[in-house]
Design a protein around this ligand. Sequence first.
Ligand SMILES: Cc1ncc(COP(=O)(O)O)c(C=O)c1O
Length: 411
Amino acid sequence: MVVNDLNVGLLREDFPILKRKVHGKDFIYFDSAATSQKPSRVISTVEDFYRNQNANVHRGVYQMSEIATEKYENAHRKVARFINASDDREIVFVKSATEAINLVAYSWGRENIGPGDVILLTEMEHHSNLVPWQILAKEVGARLEFITVDDDGELNLAAIKKLIKGNLKLVAVTHLSNMLGTINPVKTIADFAHENGARMLVDAAQSVPHLPVDVQELNCDFLVFSGHKMLAPNGTGVLYAKESILGNMRPFLGGGNMIREVKLRDSTWNDIPWKFEAGTQAIAEGIALGVAIDYLEEIGMEKIKLYEGHLVELAMERLSGIDGLVMYGPPPLKRGGLISFTIRGFHPHEIAAALDYQGIAIRAGYHCAQPIHEKLGISASLRISFYFYNTEDEIGTLIEGLSSLIKGSSP
Ligand SMILES: Cc1ncc(COP(=O)(O)O)c(C=O)c1O
């Protein structure tokens, strides 16, 4: 199938898992927002590293280690270019988006946020961009404020000024909500943060894998994302931070690699980004993140965004024909490639378990975003999330599956 110039049939050939059967049925994967599938090129990069290249980085003067170091550092350069960072040193490899946010909360937050200061979040944050700030706020006596979400699943930005009653220090917002699908105007929010003397953190875990993201254009101070949601192995995540900020932050983890000189009672720190990469990192996986980026760039992020927009529009139109089905979040043009919904009279887990028997994997629960579910008055929802390897036919199979489940259960 070729849609918007994207040869999906050909791309699917690169993903061995998509050829699998589940319960005897073709496997249909609609949970890429949780983690993406991996192309053969990424899988074989990891295998090749352990077969032919395995050595630690930044330590050996022997050839194996030097090559491993060059490949690992090159992966940082690829990430920097991918999100248009102005300097390679602004890219820290961590194990997940979650770790990146905790790093900022610990190293920057504990130095810069104090009693009575305000951290501004939104009601639609993933727990990863909520809990670390709750912990910090409790510890230092800071206050959390929240930009509310309106009935269309968008942020109430008109009311934002009223929330700043104290000393605003940080605004931390998701770029693309993993529950509502909303794409937030993070550039506008970053401008607001800076006008009020605060720093801006963007949780880009759901945006960097699916649309072009340019950190200089967004003018954010911090941006985080996870590699495993963008074709790379687990254990890969990225913290971007402006060099002027990162250079002044205290270390997060102490140990090997992050130091320049160590005495018995004192130490000095390595240059950024290595100051924040203590101990042995996920080297093969980090190199494979660079390969995943090559792959995404070959397709083109703009094309991926357009294609997923097409799938979302189609799926929302088809889902709206199902009796009792309620979708949450904005219309297709304002959202990324995911849709959360409930079906009257059915528990989400019941539906997801029944679809599994048809080979269809969809998410049920609160997707690590419990507060927004509570706001919507629901305890859980179903979520389908797309990547460029999903097809119109798969959406057709899902709709048939849902329709027959609902009919099969009606009296
Ligand atoms: C918006 C958002 N932020 C953060 C995360 C956390 O990512 P990770 O589990 O890779 O740390 C997720 C994962 O689902 C997410 O969707």
